[in-house]
Design a binder for this molecule. Structure first.
Ligand code: SAH
Length: 214
């Protein structure tokens, strides 16, 4: 179930679907997805599908995790600070933590955040800051900016705060819409207040909700 062959098969599927960033594929191959799921579902961990993680939420499909990560990383260079909105079970967080210097991850459902923190500790990934907060408002610290922002929940429209938290040349990858969502890429042009937006592909995410729950 968790054998190298099973994981390699998943990686091959991602390659077949067009994921080409070698570092991203290597990280997916080496990250145990089964530890992010309840035992009853862990036998399905290496299928390329989203699965329930409780509280009405889902672990993202490996294809979408890989795709969003490779878009975020872009042509190259390492990103130093990345904001993740919607920690969920922490799988995307774990993938990011192996590819960028530091991850700042917000989740609005407290028990999910607690579990994710524990899993990342088990994987000895220590370069992540977790906050229980509404990610529609960005990272709660005033003046925080990020080279990359990745959202795993879909707003109807991109919240203004996320634009303001992009560093010069910063990159935002986010699903936008309600019934029909489009994965959207926003790049801040240098240190200006100009942003280039590109619509990439149809996707299905849970909605970005406001406020937090205990
Ligand atoms: N990458 C995660 C995706 C989880 S689903 C994983 O693979 O597990 C998206 C997550 O976004 C859910 O956990 C949901 O609670 C969270 N979410 C929704 N709206 C949010 C908001 N405004 N702020 C922070 N997290 C939010």
């Amino acid at each position: 179930m968790t054998s190298k062959r099973t994981r390699d098969r998943l990686v091959q599927r991602l390659v077949d679907q067009g994921v080409s960033n070698r570092s991203v594929l290597d990280v997916v191959a080496n990250t145990p997805r089964h530890i992010f799921l309840e035992e009853a579902l862990s036998h399905r961990a290496y299928e390329d599908t989203s699965l329930p993680i409780g509280h009405g939420q889902t672990i993202s499909q490996p294809y979408i995790v890989a795709r969003m990560t490779e878009i975020l990383l872009g042509a190259g260079g390492t990103l130093s600070r990345v904001l993740e909105i919607g920690t969920g079970c922490g799988y995307q967080t774990a993938v990011l933590a192996q590819l960028v210097e530091r991850v700042y991850s917000v989740e609005r459902i407290k028990p999910l955040q607690i579990q994710a923190r524990e899993r990342l500790r088990r994987l000895k990934l220590h370069n992540v800051d977790f906050r229980h907060a509404d990610g529609g408002l960005g990272w709660p610290d005033e003046g925080a900016v990020f080279d990359g922002i990745l959202s795993a929940a879909a707003p109807r429209e991109i919240p203004a705060r996320l634009y303001r938290q992009l560093a010069p040349n910063g990159v935002l990858v986010i699903p936008v819409g309600d019934d029909q969502q489009i994965l959207t890429l926003v790049i801040r042009v240098g240190d200006t207040n100009e942003f280039k937006t590109q619509k990439l592909e149809p996707v299905r995410f849970v909605p970005l909700l406001s406020g937090v729950t205990r």
